[in-house]
Design a protein around this ligand. Structure first.
Ligand code: FAD
Length: 430
């Protein structure tokens, strides 16, 4: 059977194939120190691949939590299809690879003395990699705060206790209630995830609370994989009919300006008041707090980097990867963070060994599980431009699930999604 390019890419995604070129290259002998800040998707990957690229490098990974819960697949906790515990990873695999894992909070980075300051003391480095993830712009909504998100109106945009709080609120909601989800403006972590979340909540309602509804308030006019999501919603949740389990309303006038947390009410820029039974505000986002403390952000609230090595353009010898950096058109996704981490590891190994940095390619793929045995997917391959100043999508290299695909195709996409999760988390943490 002839394998089409699209099918090859999908199989590659599910199998966790590494498309980043040259990853097998090994250097030996830099004997340098690299400190990685943040043991999430980007940080754990870069620590592992630095050791693979040059085992002589002393790699220290500093992470504030002893366990990491993946955001990927966390929307399934909301439908009750999986537990938070099924998303939990530790750092034992990385330790076995000779990485020095320190559980501590990083409080600052002094680029002039090359010191990372933590609650467990200072760590010196030759090069530092920062992958602190995201933070939230609570100040864009009057009446909203980190405290409210933690205790009453969870965003659940980092998997953890907020995910289980949101799930318990959905369980306590009466049949006939409305789950109001406020979608974030661009750019934000994982572009399809709000719409996957709406699908997973609708899936729960369809089975257990069929008189209920998901209402998405969205400041954006379009979203990624929209035709595929809408097709799935029509098939599975009656989208577009009077009995639809999902309603999506969009436009600048749907931007939320004010929250009345006690009443679970939001007020839109269009002066509409919307009351929820369960309210889920996914706020506007910016780079993780440490990126600001370390002086790595520009006026956009994200971290500018040289794209061939992910070295900060603001602080020498500090590299920023993952959601916190600006690397468009790569999206802010775990898949992209993993791909950036591999490119960054190779670049650092080259720099520490006095070699030229290679020209890397990147890949991103994303499965959205929208119902039982029903998923949709997108994949793209990218490379550094010839002048190395930008990243460009390689024409005709990617693809999306087709519209009007068969149930069997969607079932296969769901199986690929779970296979991808198993292979990907292994690639990151083991
Ligand atoms: P993170 O993975 O968040 O890691 C940051 C780490 O830094 C954390 O462990 C944090 O504790 C640590 N840290 C931060 N500050 C400090 C400090 N001062 N000291 C010590 N440690 C610190 N992506 C996909 O590719 N596919 C998907 O299907 C997918 N689904 C998603 C679904 C949802 C609901 C969400 C919210 C996201 C999803 N994502 C998905 C996106 C993905 O989770 C992120 O893009 C990815 O985790 C980014 O990696 P990162 O390393 O930048 O940040």
């Amino acid at each position: 059977m002839k394998l089409k390019r699209r099918d090859f890419l999908k199989a590659a995604m599910a199998g966790g194939l590494v498309l980043t070129s040259g990853i097998a290259t090994r250097s030996w002998g830099a004997n340098a120190k690299v400190v990685v800040v943040g043991g999430g998707t980007g940080g754990a990957t870069v620590a592992k691949y630095l050791k693979l690229a040059d085992p002589s490098i002393e790699v220290t990974l500093i992470e504030k939590n002893p366990y990491y819960y993946t955001c990927y697949m966390s929307n399934e906790v909301l439908s009750g299809d999986r537990t938070l515990d099924s998303l939990k990873f530790d750092y034992e695999g990385l330790k076995k690879r000779g990485i020095n894992v320190v559980i501590a909070e990083v409080t600052g980075i002094d680029a002039s003395t090359r010191q990372v300051k933590t609650t467990a003391g200072n760590f010196s480095y030759d090069r530092c990699v920062v992958s602190p993830g995201i933070d939230y712009r609570y100040d864009t909504i009057a009446g909203y705060s980190a405290d409210i998100a933690e205790n009453t109106i969870p965003h659940a945009w980092k998997a953890g206790t907020q995910t289980t709080l949101l799930r318990s609120q959905l369980e306590a909601m009466p049949n006939g209630g409305t789950f109001v989800m406020v979608a974030p403006p661009n750019p934000y972590r994982c572009p399809p995830a709000p719409y996957e979340r709406a699908s997973q909540v609708a899936r729960y309602f369809k089975q257990y609370k069929p008189n209920s509804k998901v209402l998405i308030l969205d400041p954006k006019l379009t979203f990624t994989k929209q035709p595929l999501f809408e097709e799935a919603w029509m098939k599975l949740y009656g989208y577009g009919t009077n009995n639809s389990l999902i309603e999506w309303v969009s436009g600048a006038d749907k931007t939320i300006t004010t929250l009345n947390a006690a009443q679970k009410q939001v007020i839109t820029a269009g002066k509409q008041t919307v009351t929820a039974s369960v309210l889920n505000i996914i706020p506007a986002q910016k780079a993780g707090a440490l990126a600001f403390t370390a002086g790595l952000t520009d006026s956009s609230g994200w971290c500018p980097v040289q794209l061939e090595s992910f070295e900060s353009t603001l602080k020498p010898n500090i590299h920023v990867i993952g959601d916190a950096c600006t690397a468009a058109p790569l999206p802010k996704s775990g898949f992209a963070a993993n791909s950036e981490a591999k490119a960054c590891a190779l670049a650092i190994a080259a720099l520490l060994n006095g070699r030229a940095v290679g020209r890397t390619s990147f890949n991103n793929g994303c499965y959205s599980v929208v119902g039982e045995g029903y998923a949709i997917s997108i994949v793209a391959v990218y490379r550094l431009s010839g002048d190395r100043l930008s990243i460009e999508a390689i024409p005709d290299s990617g693809g999306m699930s087709p519209l009007a695909a068969s149930d069997e195709d969607h079932l296969m996409d769901a199986q690929y999604a779970y296979s991808w999760y198993n292979n990907f988390t292994r690639d990151v943490f083991m």
